[in-house]
Design a binder for this molecule. Structure first.
Ligand code: NDP
Length: 315
């Protein structure tokens, strides 16, 4: 496993990292979840991603429990807040009250003394950014959070956050967590250039388009029984990628991977990692074998010839 520095910080993150959305506490039973996390840890993955809202807190409990046996300094734990955790008017968003309470609730569920990276899961137009950033800065100073990140914020929103942080000498956001894969490339236009200029790195989620870029979904609509697309609790999100035109492209991309002697999931992960501003490809996994396959993408360099072939297919 290779490690990259997160933006302008001194923190090294594994090129491939593991998340818990839709899997742990949800579609994947606890025993399997722990096996997947153990496999990831043993193969050098040091960044584990969760959120308060994943399986309504159960994902945090499982991730925390699985990692508890390892030295705290050997892994990086990231969690997030923004999405509703209840039905009350203050059970969501980035208000001082909700962020403060959710960070403490996450610490309890994860069973740790501090969170390495705390993300604002989305931008909250209803709360003044000063209020959110001041709260996070307080939590940083209390040692409950080490770094602050955002997820799916626009470049303008991140610029506003940097401006406020500099004006009031608050800690700056250092990482963004956007979606990025061969079928979802909006960050290339503005977010990556902004990140490069301002020392904000990207930890990108769904690099495999939720499993579509592994090649296991074939044109014609044949869905493997043990896959995310077959799971009624999880399949509402993957539909955007399960389109015939995309599945035909997947077949062609798989031929490129075959030619290189690697798997399509390894090609898809190496492809997002070709961007120096991407610190880590944040994968999900429902089985240990998937992690074993995917980590081999670390260190694969794609030649210009291969990149051009991929570009021609994606056009
Ligand atoms: P991926 O694109 O990596 O998809 C992961 C899924 O693909 C797995 O759960 C598995 O599903 C399948 N898969 C993975 N590897 C293989 C393989 N080698 N062979 C066959 N199937 C494979 O990422 P996710 O969409 O799961 O997102 C990853 C993480 O990103 C999340 O866990 C979360 O931490 C974060 N995230 C953050 C968001 C945000 O708003 N900040 C939003 C979404 C995700 P299966 O076996 O069930 O088919």
């Amino acid at each position: 496993m290779k490690y990259r520095k997160m933006g302008r910080t001194g923190l090294y993150i594994s090129e491939i990292s593991l998340g818990s959305w839709l899997t742990y506490g949800n579609s994947t039973d606890k025993e399997t979840a722990v096996k997947v996390i153990d496999t990831a840890y043993s193969l050098g993955i040091n960044y584990f991603d969760t959120a308060n809202v994943y399986a309504n807190g159960r994902a945090e409990v499982i991730v925390g429990e699985a990692l508890k046996k390892y030295p705290r300094e050997s892994y990086i734990l990231a969690t997030k807040a923004f999405w509703p955790m209840g039905t009350g008017p203050n059970d969501k968003g980035l208000s001082r009250k909700h962020v403060f309470e959710q960070v403490h609730a996450s610490l309890k569920r994860l069973n740790v003394d501090y969170i390495d990276i705390f993300y604002c899961h989305r931008y909250d137009p209803e709360t003044p950014l000063e209020e959110t950033l001041r709260t996070i800065d307080d939590l940083l100073r209390q040692g409950k959070i080490l770094y602050v990140g955002v997820s799916e914020w626009t470049a303008a929103q991140m610029a506003q956050a940097l401006h406020i942080a500099d004006r009031y000498l608050l800690d700056r956001i250092v990482v963004n967590q956007p979606q990025y894969n061969m079928f979802h490339r909006y960050i290339e236009k503005e977010i990556i250039p902004f990140g490069e200029k301002n020392g904000i790195s990207q930890i990108v989620f769904s690099p495999l388009a939720q499993g579509v870029l592994t090649g296991k979904y074939k044109p014609g609509g044949n869905i493997p029984r043990d896959s995310r697309a077959a799971d009624p609790n999880s399949n509402m999100y993957i539909g955007q990628f399960l389109k015939e035109d995309k599945l035909l492209k997947v077949e062609k991309l798989k031929a490129v991977a075959d030619e290189m002697g690697i798997t399509l999931s390894q090609l898809a992960i190496a492809w997002v990692l070709r961007q120096p501003n991407v610190t880590s490809a944040l994968i999900g996994a429902s089985k240990p074998e998937q992690v074993e396959e995917n980590v081999k993408a670390s260190g694969i360099n794609l030649s210009d010839e291969i990149l051009n072939k991929i570009e021609a297919i994606l056009q």
